[in-house]
Design a binder for this molecule. Structure first.
Ligand code: PLP
Length: 472
């Protein structure tokens, strides 16, 4: 299209033109393939230069419209090099999943559909897939029949939903409708959880007005598991929050006795299983989650261990009515159907249909594929622990029961230096944390793409870090 005709075209004509020529779609796909060609080999964290170049984005909001190809080019030229290569096999930060290839393809495809998961009438497809995946997950995790699922943005949101359902139900049992009356003057709700509860749990407690200062923290053992003997007396006003997968050590609370006791008192049990709940889907690791089926609600991510695209988490709740009552809304224009209306299980009304990618990955992997993929992650974590332990000065501070390795090099100061150097080298990326007051390096193996060579290569980078520290 000749440049001088630009001014004469309306923005709508221009957009139809993009759709018709498809140039920007071809252009984006071309960039995607070049990204995939290098992402498994390139520096895991962006270079200083790439980060400095991000200044290109510091500009005033443009007044005139731009050329679409130039917009896409800008992202490719400056966005691509500044990405963190968590899609590859040597990103061990936080608990960050890669993406199963079929999930990437599905995301591309379904992006063009742009479906909304609020109600059946907005997307029968999303509604159908949510119903199907709800059943699959209940089955896979061996949860009670009738358990409902809400498809949310992650475990932070899933925890919020689970605790909202708990708050609604416990108060309702005391003739207090929290939706109508709020918390002012309400009977007190107690919260019991471990010292190592994830900060997302504390945040949910705060948002729900339950008060972080009211939390009764229970001491934990040297892996971060709740000491069963130290749990206070429980009652029907109590929410007990347990953990499947400590964010540092990967440890699992001792569910069976705690949940059995809690339920006998009428307490509500919620499990934060962001990445660890997936152990229930793996034959050789499901002993770690024994007893979870007796809890009331479960929060889990798909974007971590299952390697779906971000953002994808799930709230599962035995008491379907409590969940939908806690999150219900109505208005004249909302059309309730006899099929699944997803918005009644989530805080949001409009949500992108992230279910499409979740369905596609579960369909593709099947039970066996999920079992294999996660088993390999655990195997690689163990390999990391074994290889790093063999290097003089390093210690592994946790029992590697799942995909997490907690590493230390002599003392706090040296551990910090090693971590900094490893990050500077960019061969792999791991983050730091504090573990029982000591500075540590966290390695989380959470990518389908991590190979045995990736582990050795990363451990070599740790060795190189030591060399350069000693040389100073
Ligand atoms: C990651 C994580 C969360 C928060 O989940 P998001 O998906 O990041 O919102 C909560 N609890 C645990 C144990 C986690 O590992």
């Amino acid at each position: 299209m000749p440049r001088d005709s630009k001014a004469e075209k309306t923005i709508q004509e221009k957009m139809f033109q993009e759709m018709k020529t498809r140039n920007i779609f071809d252009q984006a796909h071309h960039y995607v393939y070049s990204y995939l060609d290098q992402v498994f080999e390139r520096n895991v964290f962006p270079t200083e230069e790439a980060i400095t170049d991000l200044r290109i984005f510091d500009e005033e909001m443009p007044i005139e419209d731009s050329d679409a190809e130039a917009v896409i080019y800008l992202l490719h030229r400056y966005g691509n090099p500044a990405t963190v290569a968590s899609l590859g096999g040597r990103y061990f930060g936080f608990v960050t999943g890669s993406v199963v290839p079929v999930g990437l393809a599905t995301k591309s495809l379904s992006t063009y559909w742009d479906q909304v998961s609020a109600m059946y009438v907005i997307s029968p497809l999303a509604s159908k897939l949510e119903s199907v995946v709800e059943k699959w997950l209940v089955d896979l995790f061996n949860l009670p029949t009738g358990t409902s699922a809400g498809f949310v943005s992650g475990t932070s949101s899933a925890n919020l939903c689970g605790l909202a359902a708990a708050r609604y139900r416990l108060l309702w049992k005391q003739n207090w409708d929290v939706n109508e009356k709020g918390l002012f003057g309400a009977p007190k709700i107690r919260i019991v959880t471990g010292q190592h509860a994830h900060s997302a749990v504390l945040k949910a407690v705060a948002i729900l007005g339950l008060g972080k200062a009211n939390i009764e923290f229970v001491d934990v053992d040297n892996q971060g598991r709740i000491n069963v003997d130290e749990i206070p007396d429980l009652d029907e006003n109590t929410i007990v929050i347990l953990q499947a997968g400590n964010v540092n050590s990967g440890a699992f609370d001792d569910f069976e006795p705690i949940i059995k006791h809690a339920r006998s008192t009428g307490a509500w049990v919620h499990i934060d299983g962001a990445f660890g709940l997936w152990a229930a889907a793996v034959d050789s690791h499901k002993h770690l989650t024994a007893g979870i089926e007796n809890a009331d609600s479960w929060a889990v991510d798909a974007h971590k261990t299952l390697n779906t695209p971000y953002d994808s988490g799930i709230i599962l709740c035995r008491d379907s009515e409590a969940l939908s009552s806690a999150l219900h809304m109505s208005a004249g224009y909302i059309i309730e159907s006899h099929e699944r209306d997803g918005m009644f299980y989530t805080p949001e009304m409009s949500r992108r249909a992230r279910i499409i990618e979740l369905w596609s990955i579960m369909k593709y992997l099947g039970r066996d594929g999920i079992d294999q993929m996660i088993s390999i992650m655990v195997e690689r974590a163990r390999q990391f622990a074994q290889e790093i332990r063999a290097v003089e000065g390093f210690s592994v501070e946790n029992d590697v029961v799942f995909n997490q390795v907690v590493i230390r090099y002599q003392d706090d100061e040296l551990t910090n230096q090693v971590l900094q150097k490893v990050q500077d080298l960019r061969e792999c990326w791991a983050g730091g944390s504090t573990w029982f007051g000591k500075k540590v390096i966290r390695v989380s193996v959470c990518s389908w793409a991590t190979t045995s060579e990736d582990i050795t290569r990363s451990v070599n980078s740790f060795k190189q870090a030591i060399l350069s520290i000693n040389r100073k």
